[in-house]
Design a protein around this ligand. Structure first.
Ligand SMILES: [Zn+2]
Length: 131
């Protein structure tokens, strides 16, 4: 659980964990993206203030839908280089994950383990929070 303070003095809390897919808005970007958190980095600056950074692998919407569920299919993007485009401050995440993604299992997945070489996920549009 992390608390993010805005320049205005307002703050909000997010709950994150490695492996989770979250919605993020990058600086200078108007569209929101989905990224899988692959690591959480804590850096202590000279002023003893702690800064949290997230390392992402971004998901690309394949503009396809599962034939049975009709849910959109996403694929984890693989960049040719490990650029810093993958590391962003915690503040790019506006809220705790509320859009669940599940592995788009193929026949190579077993009951015990997903096939880690398969990078496709489906966005579960049937998930909602009861009010
Ligand atoms: Zn699977």
């Amino acid at each position: 659980m992390y608390t993010i303070s805005k320049p205005t003095g307002d703050y909000y809390k997010v709950k994150l964990k490695v492996g989770e897919i979250v919605e993020a808005t990058l600086f200078g970007e108007s569209t929101q993206m989905f990224g899988k958190i692959i690591s959480i980095i804590k850096h202590t600056w000279n002023n003893n203030q702690e800064y949290i950074f997230l390392c992402f692998k971004w998901l690309k919407n394949l503009n396809e839908a599962d034939t049975l569920l009709g849910c959109p299919i996403y694929q984890i993007q693989h960049l040719d280089n490990d650029s810093f485009n993958q590391i962003h401050p915690l503040s790019v995440v506006l809220q705790s994950s509320n859009i669940p993604f599940i592995h788009y299992c193929k026949s190579s997945c077993s009951f015990q383990q997903h096939d880690t070489t398969d990078y496709e996920y489906i966005r579960n549009d049937f998930f909602f929070k009861a009010i």
